[in-house]
Design a protein around this ligand. Structure first.
Ligand code: 2M8
Length: 436
């Protein structure tokens, strides 16, 4: 991969400065102002970059996340810093996890989860320094916890009974206000009992964040889930979605568990089988009309027939059956073919695509990093290189923004965003080692 010498020499110090500034002693804040706690899938992405600076610290990042795991196996969406409860909503005082037996005693957490990219991260951290990892018994400690996490998702969360995990809230997808959830959210009342405060709007423009109406529904769902003790047994719960991105990460993480098991001298065959079963079940979510995978509403059985970045991510699964169609869609007018610098989060041809509104159009660095990996894996090295170069340049030129306009590169959301810095660092290291 060719990256300009100026970018190559500037990414490392600039990214390290951000990761240092956002490190709070045992984990990395996604962004100091907007996101003042530990977020689940952020930590895994951040650790994938941190491993290049300090494999030990990358391990600590995951250790502190796993300390928040519940007895039922779930890894929570957020582990709260109680000193900053007023800085983010909903916080620890909303979730009241201390009242539930299944939650840990010593940390307060949200009841929801986020996409399962953790085993993938754990394996990468181990590979960065197997000696250090071995000394800390990192894999030995993480493996049973990760197995319990996946078991939770494939049992309690298989609400559709088809071998895919369901999300119970848009926040669980990580792509909060993606158009994939619009139709299903119509069944959710827009008024919550909780008074909604929006500390997020102190740090990002209201035109770039989910609306107050979206928040009404988010809080209504969160209250309903919390008030049912977060037990996943609420028969009439109105929002259950099978997300192709969430389930892709579960399959990719099962493949990582296979490798971790082998490293520990255990039989990893069941993990390979689980990955294959998830990939097989995902096939039912392929939508010929839009040329990618879509989400299924478990409550109604309907498919949300929209082309989003979530639906391209199954390209990360080795031997995915629809590889050719996915590459065609990703490089066609709906995504990169529309003269985009980076892959947008939503169909560039959709009339409601908004290039600056959160997960309804802008390009995100974690998603583009996964697309670089997917293209490289599929043998599309030219694409991978081009995308990685654009991501590195846009990250560096714009102070590592949360997301950008995919056509112009204009930055949006918060800046000095940890996963942007960490994943840019990872891309640069791969580039330097000729891995792209
Ligand atoms: C965003 O989500 C949080 C809720 O989890 C929010 O909007 O307040 C999403 O971009 C999510 O993917 C990310 O993990 C989180 C923290 O960076 O922010």
């Amino acid at each position: 991969m060719t990256i300009s010498p100026q970018v190559a020499t500037s990414i490392l110090p600039a990214a390290v400065r951000i990761l240092e500034a956002n490190w709070n002693g045992s984990y990395t804040l996604p962004a100091a102002g907007l996101y003042p706690h530990q977020w689940s899938w952020d930590s895994a992405f951040i650790a994938m970059g941190l491993r290049h600076i300090s494999p030990r610290r990358a391990g600590q990042e995951l250790d502190s996340l796993l300390a928040g795991q519940w007895a039922d196996g779930r890894i929570p969406q957020i582990i709260f810093d109680v000193h900053r409860d007023q800085d983010y909503s909903p916080g620890a005082s909303f979730w009241r996890s201390e009242l539930l037996d299944a939650s840990p005693d010593d940390v307060l957490t949200a009841g929801l989860v986020q996409p399962p990219n953790h085993a993938w991260a754990v394996w990468k951290i181990h590979q960065a320094d197997p000696v250090e990892s071995g000394r800390r018994r990192f894999l030995q400690r993480a493996y049973p916890r990760l197995v319990a996490w996946h078991e939770y998702l494939l049992t309690r969360r298989d609400r559709g009974g088809r071998g895919l995990a369901s999300i119970v809230h848009p926040w669980e997808s990580g792509t909060d206000n993606s158009p994939l959830w619009d139709e299903a959210l119509q069944a959710v009342p827009a008024e919550s009992r909780h008074t909604i405060v929006r500390p997020d709007l102190l740090h990002a423009d209201a035109t770039e964040r989910p609306s107050h109406r979206d928040y009404g529904r988010y809080f209504w769902l969160a209250e309903r889930y919390r008030d049912h003790d977060c037990d996943d047994a609420d028969a009439d719960y109105p929002f259950l979605m099978e997300d192709p991105a969430f389930n892709t990460l579960l399959a990719v993480s099962e493949l990582a568990l296979e490798k971790i098991a082998a490293e520990l001298g255990l039989d990893g065959a069941r993990h390979a089988k689980a990955a294959e079963a998830i990939a097989g079940a995902l096939e039912e979510l392929f939508d010929e009309q839009v040329g990618c995978y879509v989400a299924r509403n478990v409550c109604t059985g309907r498919l949300a027939s929209k082309a989003t970045i979530n639906g391209l991510l199954p390209l990360l699964i080795p031997n995915v059956r629809r590889r050719a169609e996915l590459i065609q869609t990703a490089t066609g007018v709906r995504f990169l073919g529309g003269a985009s610098l980076l892959v947008p989060s939503y169909d560039a041809t959709a009339t409601d695509m908004d290039p600056q509104l959160y997960w309804r159009g802008p390009a995100w660095f974690n998603m583009n990093w996964m697309m670089v990996t997917a293209f490289a894996q599929a043998g599309e090295t030219g694409r991978a290189t081009e995308l990685a170069s654009a991501a590195l340049r846009l990250a560096l030129d714009n102070d590592f923004p949360e997301y950008v306009n995919p056509w112009t590169g204009t930055p949006h959301g918060t800046r000095k965003f940890s996963w942007t810095a960490a994943l840019a660092l990872d891309l640069e290291v791969d580039a330097v080692h000729g891995l792209l």
